[in-house]
Structure formats: structure tokens, C-alpha cells
Design a protein around this ligand. Structure first.
Ligand SMILES: [Zn+2]
Length: 422
């Protein structure tokens, strides 16, 4: 960073440092990569640069707790699914197609779209190594999970060995964090889940998986039948597998994978009562992906009940293979419009402080306060809308105009920062 840009004072119509706290006519003072002061506006008294962001609300950078950046170029390419298994068939075909080549371009575009939308942290699930190769060079905070799949216990050792090699080659500093992701109970066998959990616990590393995403998953695990079994069986993926005869989260508990450290559980669309209890006791977080959930036509998500019962719930976009946007702000709007029982404050929490906790960065990001990383977004408010600042921020025409990650402006719609640099 240029020397004169080491101290940045951001002036804004509103600052919302955390849920429920609104500062009118405020400022955020940033030194280097960290926030040093948040409060009512004061003119700068020393060196540095002041940026007047105008009639915006400055908020903590949004956290996307579940996405697949390498699938960004699949936007609009898959036919609308008649069911989850049919969509999965298209994904398997994509994965098996050698012609896809290097997906770095998709990852880059996914990061660009995220930064433009005010997202400063992504939990990215990466099946190929392209994310691992390109992401350290891109200015977004990220936890990249190496995705592993196998329903054959005999192949688990070599799959884990390869995955661990990839993780060990990824920097773990500044903006970069890693993790392991056994894909889902219909693509990862007991041995793969156990091995992944053991490795992650030993490394004190967050682990994630897709779970309870469909009703078919329950039938698959209980009886080994249904559309998922038909699809995966046809590829020969299930030749060495037997159904465990249990529900998905109970399966994780039964094999001992849920002990010791919390998980990041993507979807959890159809948990049974006892599974909610297991999730709560394990201290794991759930990621609700509203756009993707809607795309598949699932029943209403039980996240309001989860929140009431003390489970941490974050928001994710999933990928553009099952959603039309990588914007957490869009997801917040969807939730606000469709779930009257949750308040704008709940929604704001899920996108910030709860998201940060879910991805294991609760002590670094998710709020604006001295000592935390200077990750923030500035949402331009629509002119005539009434209501609270949060209500206005969630209006369809409110737009992110400025994104900062670790003290560095990464998106600046009006070129305010560029003007100051001259
Ligand atoms: Zn996913």
C-alpha cells in the first residue's frame, strides 16, 4: 500500500458497526489492514486520506459462507432441474468432461462479482485445484475447502493424501485460510468422512460438507434406494458401499465425526428433530443458501427455528450452477421478503457476525470495531425509501458502491478513491 494511504478515514451518512447499532454521520478510521476507530464523524487530525462516501451505510463486509467459485461460468448453462438427481447428473457430466480445462477464469470472475456486491469473505468449495492456484493472488478473504469424494473405502487413503498435499501448498496467512470438504453423504463414504474429520481436528481446521439437502438423501442413507442411488449406482460409484441405515446428521454423529470441533454444515434443508439437537450440541453452524434453495423448489427452510434453538446460521449463495447471483445482499433481500418471522437485524447478523463465526473467523471479521480487520462495504441507499437504515439497505435498488478488504479498496464504483490518490 502507498505510504500516504496507510491511514484512511471513511466518512459516511451512516455506519452500522454491528447488528442493532447505527451511527448517523459517522466515520471509520483504518490504519494499515485494521480498523482503529469507529464513531461519529470527526475531521482527520493527522495525515492520511479522507474519503467521503456520501449517503451510504458502511457495514461489515458480507460473508458468503458457502460457494463454489470454480462453477461461476456455469451461469444459466444447466437446464432447469426436474429434481435434484437430474441436476446432479448434469454436474457429474461437467466434472467428468475433460474439455472444461482451467477454471481459473471462473474463479476470478466469481471473486470480482463478490467484491462488487460487498462480500469480503468467501468460504469456497474447490473440487479442482484451480481455486487453490489463483485465489492467493486475489484480494478477497477466503477459506478454500478442498472437496473430496469417494464411496469406495479402498480409495480413501490416496484421495486424502492428495487433498492434504494441495492444502499444505496453500498459504495460510493474511487473507488465506484452508479446510477440507467431504462432499456429501451420497458421495463420501464413512471412511472418507472419518479420515477428513480426524485430519481437520488434528490441524484445528474447519471442515464442511453438504448435508440434509434433499429428502432423497434420507432415503439413500436409510435404504440405499431412490433417485440418488439410481444415478450414482449407474456410474458404478456405489459398488463397495452399503447404506448406514440412518439420517444424514445422525450418520456423522454415529461415526464419531462430529466430536471435538464444529462443522460448517451446508443446506440442512430437511433435518429431523433429533438432528437439530445433534447440530446444537456439536456447536456446528448451518449455512442456508436462499437462492439455491429456491431454485430447487425445496420446502421452507427451518432456519428461523434453528436460530430460536440457538444454532448459528449463516448465509451462502452456493454457485451460479444453482443460483442467479453471488451477492449475499441479494440473499438478504430474498430472506427479508420471504420469511416474515425473522427481522432485518437477524438477516444482517446472518450475513455478518454469524457468517464470520461460521467460517471460523469470528475474532477477526464480521463487525466494525477497533482491532478487527478493515473489511467493509458501503451500500448506497435509495432516495425516497422510508423505514430504518437496515430496511432501506434491503430495498431492491440499494447497491454496494465500495468494498474494502484488509484496509485495501477492492471495489470503488464512483472512483472516489482513485480521485484521492491523484
Ligand atoms: Zn454447494
Amino acid at each position: 500500500m502507498d505510504r500516504d494511504l496507510d491511514v484512511i478515514s471513511l466518512k459516511a451518512g451512516y455506519v452500522v458497526p454491528s447488528p442493532g447499532e447505527v451511527i448517523e454521520y459517522g466515520r471509520v478510521l483504518v490504519r494499515g489492514t485494521k480498523i482503529v476507530e469507529v464513531g461519529p464523524y470527526k475531521a482527520p487530525d493527522g495525515g492520511g486520506v479522507e474519503i467521503d462516501l456520501g449517503d451510504v451505510v458502511v457495514i461489515p463486509g458480507l460473508i458468503n459462507a458457502h460457494t463454489h467459485l470454480e462453477l461461476t461460468d456455469l451461469e444459466g448453462k444447466l437446464s432447469p432441474p426436474k429434481g435434484f438427481a437430474q441436476w446432479l447428473r448434469q454436474m457429474v457430466a461437467f466434472r467428468l468432461d475433460d474439455r472444461n480445462g482451467d477454471l481459473s477464469h471462473a474463479v476470478k470472475r466469481g471473486v470480482q462479482l463478490s467484491l462488487e456486491a460487498g462480500t469480503t469473505t468467501v468460504a469456497d468449495i474447490a473440487y479442482t485445484n484451480d481455486s487453490f492456484n489463483i485465489l492467493p493472488r486475489l484480494p478477497i478473504r477466503k477459506r478454500v475447502f478442498k472437496e473430496v469424494m469417494s464411496m469406495d473405502p479402498n480409495s480413501v487413503a490416496s484421495i486424502l493424501e492428495d487433498a492434504i498435499r494441495v492444502l499444505s501448498g496453500f498459504p495460510r496467512e493474511n487473507l488465506d485460510y484452508v479446510g477440507l470438504s467431504p462432499h456429501a453423504p451420497y458421495t463420501a463414504c464413512e471412511k472418507l468422512y472419518k479420515g477428513s474429520a480426524l485430519f481437520s481436528q488434528g490441524q484445528d481446521m474447519l471442515i464442511t460438507t453438504h448435508i440434509c439437502e434433499t429428502e432423497e438423501e434420507l432415503e439413500f442413507l436409510n435404504k440405499g434406494t431412490g433417485s440418488l442411488a439410481d444415478l450414482l449406482g449407474a456410474y458404478g460409484f456405489l459398488d463397495n458401499w452399503k447404506p448406514p441405515g440412518t439420517s444424514p446428521v445422525s450418520f456423522l454423529k454415529k461415526i464419531g465425526a462430529l466430536t471435538k470441533s464444529p462443522w460448517l454444515l451446508a443446506h440442512c434443508n430437511y433435518p429431523r428433530d433429533e438432528e437439530l439437537q445433534i447440530i446444537k450440541e456439536s456447536g456446528s453452524s448451518v449455512v442456508y443458501c436462499p437462492g439455491s434453495h429456491h431454485y430447487f423448489g425445496h420446502k421452507r427452510h427451518p432456519f428461523p427455528r434453528m436460530l430460536k434453538e440457538g444454532i448459528n446460521v449463516a448465509l451462502g449463495t452456493d454457485s451460479l450452477a444453482s443460483n442467479s447471483s453471488l451477492s449475499i445482499l441479494d440473499e438478504m433481500r430474498f430472506v427479508t421478503a420471504n420469511y416474515n418471522e425473522v427481522s432485518p437485524r437477524d438477516v444482517f447478523e446472518m450475513a455478518t457476525v454469524r457468517g464470520a463465526r461460521a467460517v471460523g473467523m469470528g475474532d477477526r471479521v464480521g463487525a466494525l470495531s477497533p482491532g478487527l480487520e478493515a473489511d467493509l462495504a458501503a451500500i448506497e441507499l435509495p432516495g425516497n425509501a422510508g423505514g430504518s437504515v437496515l430496511d432501506r439497505m434491503l430495498q431492491p435498488d440499494a447497491r454496494n458502491v465500495f468494498t474494502m478488504v484488509a484496509g485495501r479498496p477492492c471495489y470503488d464504483k464512483h472512483g472516489l478513491f482513485a480521485e484521492k490518490k491523484q
